[in-house]
Design a protein around this ligand. Structure first.
Ligand SMILES: NC(=O)c1ccc[n+]([C@@H]2O[C@H](COP(=O)([O-])OP(=O)(O)OC[C@H]3O[C@@H](n4cnc5c(N)ncnc54)[C@H](OP(=O)(O)O)[C@@H]3O)[C@@H](O)[C@H]2O)c1
Length: 390
C-alpha cells in the first residue's frame, strides 16, 4: 500500500474508492469522470493523464558517455503506475478487461475518453441527475456571454465536467456562436438563450432552473478607464445585491487571458497581441501585466463553484511580464519588432495561492502565447511562415 504523491502523502490507492464511488461501466463515463477528475486536479496529477506531464527520458548520458538510469523517469513511472492502479480499481470488470494491456495512465485515459466520445450514452445518466444536483457536475448552470473568448472556455470546461449549460448570447443565430454547438457534450447539454445583460427579463428566462450562474458577459471597450470603472462598479453592485438577497457570490479575477481562440471572432486581449504580430502596433507601453492561460481561467471558475468553502475574490494569474518580455516571447514564435525600453517598470507582487489551494495547477503562460499565435494562424489572421517555429 504505497502513497502515490509526495505532495499528498495521506492518499492511498485503496482509499480512491471512497472518493470515486462510481464503478465505470458502459453508461456512466461522465459521472465517473466527474468524481475522478477532481481527485487528479487536487493532487496535481491531472497532467499525467492528459499528457502534459510527459514521461522523461529513461536514461541520462553521464560524463563518460555511458547511460545512467534517469531518476526522474523512475519516479515518474512509479507515480504513473499508481494512477493506472487507481483507475483500475474504479472500473467494472468488463472495462478492466479492455484496459488491461495499457501501460500508461495517459493511454488508459485517452482510451476511456475515446470509447465514450459519443456523449449520448453518458448523458442519459447526467440528464437524470441534472434536476436534483447542486454544485456537483451534472447540475444545470448558466454562462452569460457564452460566445466570448472567456465564456466559450468556461462553457467547454463545464460541459466536459458533466454540467448541463444554458449559455446566453445576444444572437443565437449569429454564426459567430456556432463553435459552441461543436463542443463536447453540447448537442445534449448546451442550450443557447438570447439575452442582453441590460434586459432583466431575458436573463430571467436563461437563469430559470439553474443552480448557478457564471457571469462572463461584459462590454469590453478599448478605453482602459471606462473598462476598469465598469468592472469595479459591476462587482460592487453584485456584492451588495448578493449580500442583500443571500446569494453565494465568488469572484474570479483573471489577468490578461492567453490561449487558443475557440470562437471565430477576435476579442480585445487577443487583438492587442495580434496588433503587435501584424505590425499595426509599432510601440508598446512601459507596463507590466499579469497573464494566465484561458484553460486555467475556465477551470478556476469550475473549482470555485464546486468548492463549498470558496468565498470572496480569487486572483487568477500565473505570472507577470513586462510588455517588452511579452514581445520577446512572441518574437520567438513569429517575427515581431522589439525595441528595448529603459528604465523598465518593475514587476508587481501577487499571489495566486487561493486558487492553488483549490487544486489549480497553473499552466506556464508561455503555452498561452504559443496557443494564441497558433490559433491566429489557423484562423487566417496571421500567415503560416515556411519555417514556422510552432
Ligand atoms: N480576455 C481577457 O484578457 C480578460 C481578462 C480579465 C477579465 N476578462 C473578463 O472576461 C469576460 C469576457 O471577456 P472576453 O475577453 O471573453 O471578451 P469577449 O470575447 O469580447 O466577450 C465578451 C462577451 O460579453 C458579451 N456581451 C457584451 N455586452 C453584452 C450585453 N450588453 N449583453 C449580453 N452580452 C454582452 C458579448 O456578447 P456578444 O457576442 O453578443 O457581443 C461577448 O460574448 C469579461 O467580463 C472581461 O472583463 C477578460
Amino acid at each position: 500500500m504505497a502513497s502515490y504523491s509526495r505532495s499528498c502523502p495521506y492518499f492511498h490507492t485503496d482509499n480512491i474508492t471512497s472518493l470515486v464511488s462510481v464503478k465505470l461501466d458502459k453508461d456512466n463515463y461522465l459521472l465517473w469522470r466527474s468524481q475522478f477528475e477532481p481527485v487528479l486536479n487536487t493532487t496535481g496529477l491531472y497532467g499525467y493523464v492528459d499528457g502534459s506531464i510527459p514521461c522523461p527520458p529513461q536514461h541520462n548520458t553521464n560524463r563518460h558517455g555511458t547511460k545512467d538510469v534517469n531518476e526522474e523517469y523512475v519516479s515518474w513511472r512509479k507515480q504513473d503506475q499508481l494512477i493506472v492502479s487507481m483507475i483500475k480499481v474504479t472500473v467494472c470488470e468488463k472495462v478492466l478487461s479492455e484496459i488491461v494491456g495499457f501501460t500508461s495512465s495517459h493511454a488508459v485515459w485517452k482510451y476511456l475518453k475515446s470509447q465514450n466520445a459519443s456523449p449520448s450514452k453518458s448523458c442519459k445518466m447526467q440528464d437524470k441527475m441534472s434536476s436534483d444536483c447542486h454544485t456537483v457536475p451534472g447540475s444545470t448552470v448558466c454562462v452569460t456571454g457564452a460566445g466570448g473568448f472567456v465564456g466559450s472556455w468556461v462553457v467547454k470546461c463545464l460541459l466536459e465536467r458533466g454540467y448541463t449549460v444554458k449559455g446566453t448570447v445576444r444572437n443565437p443565430d449569429d454564426p459567430k456562436n456556432s463553435h459552441l454547438k461543436a463542443l463536447y457534450g453540447a448537442k445534449e447539454r448546451l442550450a443557447l438563450y438570447k439575452a442582453d445583460i441590460l434586459d432583466y427579463k431575458s436573463l430571467l428566462d436563461a437563469f430559470h432552473g439553474c443552480r448557478g450562474v457564471f457571469h462572463t458577459a461584459s462590454p469590453v471597450t478599448n478605453d482602459p478607464n471606462w473598462y476598469c470603472v465598469g468592472k469595479v462598479l459591476a462587482e460592487q453592485m453584485a456584492l451588495e445585491v448578493s449580500k442583500e438577497r443571500k446569494v453565494d457570490l465568488v469572484v474570479v479575477v483573471p489577468a490578461m487571458v492567453m490561449g487558443q481562440l475557440l470562437q471565430s471572432t477576435i476579442n480585445f486581449s487577443t487583438m492587442h497581441i495580434l496588433n503587435h504580430l501584424n505590425g499595426s502596433s509599432k510601440t508598446y507601453n512601459n507596463a507590466v501585466n499579469g497573464y494566465v492561460h484561458a484553460e486555467d481561467v475556465a477551470l478556476a471558475h469550475a473549482l470555485v463553484y464546486e468548492s463549498p468553502s470558496a468565498s470572496g475574490r480569487y486572483l487568477c494569474l500565473e505570472s507577470t511580464h513586462h510588455r517588452e518580455e511579452v514581445l520577446k516571447i512572441l518574437a520567438k514564435l513569429f517575427p515581431t519588432c522589439v525595441d528595448e525600453v529603459s528604465p523598465k517598470l518593475k514587476p508587481y507582487k501577487f499571489t495566486n495561492q487561493r486558487l492553488k489551494d483549490l487544486g489549480l495547477e497553473f499552466k506556464q503562460v508561455e503555452k498561452g502565447f504559443i496557443d494564441i499565435v497558433k490559433s491566429l494562424q489557423e484562423k487566417g489572421h496571421l500567415p503560416i511562415l515556411p519555417r514556422s517555429k510552432l
